[in-house]
Design a protein around this ligand. Structure first.
Ligand code: UDP
Ligand code: MG
Length: 313
């Protein structure tokens, strides 16, 4: 198998027809001899699954992986990668924001020995300024916090080699930030610039809270720097205590006594909240350790549907 295309689909009934048409055409244009298109149905609640099933009749290369429930895009990608057999694997969103036509250019670079050819957006059409601003802020924070270079304006859209897929599947972590993990793996990686289109149809599948959880996953998976924040907090407290002590000393000898309670109340609140923040941070990491040591399977597959019936793994 020369190529696998892995596409997570969550409530994408409006896009799947156009998607398959364009992806299949892109594979043919790139003169790929043998390829498979793996669409992962990530617990959609609309007609995505039945539409995909019907499409297997038309597109022989299509394999539909029906997950037991909604696990999120990153897990759906993982499931797709685990089932892929191609020498190269293209990761693609279902909404056609990233052009599958870039495949032939990506394959050219892959054949020249580049393991990871990732799409980097020159322009992002059809996205609100709030999303662009928060995304910018997030990448700043992430690059400050993490030791792995995670390039800005890069999604999961990329072509990766078999050896990278295998290294990726060796990583057993539950909280998966796929683009970060691939960046961490190393080998030869290169960007390819492109313009990102607006969604073909439908709405973004990420709520604000979903994006926030995604950002927290990204940061905690690649950095323990937040834990070290406790230390500067402690220094801050010590400095403040010293300053206040000196101030009290001075006032005692010039004016006399100082009335206490408002300043006391403020100080108590300030430091108890700092302490709670630190405990929260520690808790976040401990929770992740707990989830990880349970060592549950990452996801369950309900059914694998292909043009020819096949047993599920
Ligand atoms: N997706 C998924 N499971 C989810 C959420 C999203 O498989 O729980 C898929 C979705 O169908 C799409 C891709 O992940 O193919 C990216 O989602 P979306 O386009 O909504 O994200 P955005 O581009 O707005 O960040
Ligand atoms: Mg999208």
């Amino acid at each position: 198998m020369d190529l696998s295309v892995v596409i997570p689909c969550y409530n994408e009934e409006e896009t799947v027809d156009a998607l398959l048409k364009r992806v299949d055409a892109a594979c043919k244009d790139a003169r790929v001899k043998t390829y498979e298109i793996i669409c992962i149905n990530d617990g959609s609640t609309d007609k995505t699954l039945s539409k995909l099933k019907a499409l297997t009749k038309k597109f022989k290369a299509l394999i539909v992986l029906d997950l037991a429930k909604n696990y999120g895009q990153q897990m759906a990608l993982t499931a797709g990668l685990e089932h892929s057999k191609g020498k190269h694997v293209l990761l693609l969103d279902a909404d056609l924001q990233d052009p599958p036509e870039l495949l032939s250019e990506m394959l050219k670079r892959a054949k020249a020995g580049i393991d990871v050819v990732y799409g980097q957006r020159r322009r992002r059409a059809g996205e609100t300024w709030v999303k662009l601003a928060t995304s910018r802020l997030f990448y700043r924070a992430l690059s400050y916090l993490s030791d792995v270079p995670i390039p800005e304006n890069v999604g999961d859209f990329r072509l990766i080699s078999r050896r990278v897929v295998e290294r990726f599947l060796d990583m057993p972590e539950r909280h998966r930030y796929v683009r970060g993990m691939i960046s961490w793996i190393g080998f030869e990686q290169e960007a390819i610039l492109y313009d990102r289109d607006p969604r073909f149809a439908g709405e973004t599948k990420y709520t604000f809270m979903g994006l926030a959880a995604f950002a927290i996953d990204a940061i905690t998976s690649f950095s323990i720097k937040p834990l070290r924040l406790c230390l500067p907090f402690a220094f801050l407290g010590a400095l403040l205590a010293m300053g206040l002590g000196l101030y009290a000393f001075f006032v005692y000898f010039t004016v006399g006594s100082i009335p206490g309670w408002p300043s006391l109340a403020c100080l108590i609140c300030f430091f108890s909240s700092l302490q709670l923040i630190c405990i929260g941070l520690i808790g976040e990491y401990i929770g992740r350790i707990y989830m990880q040591v349970k060592d549950r399977p990452l996801y369950f597959v309900r059914e694998v549907i292909t043009a020819k019936p096949q047993k599920s793994k």
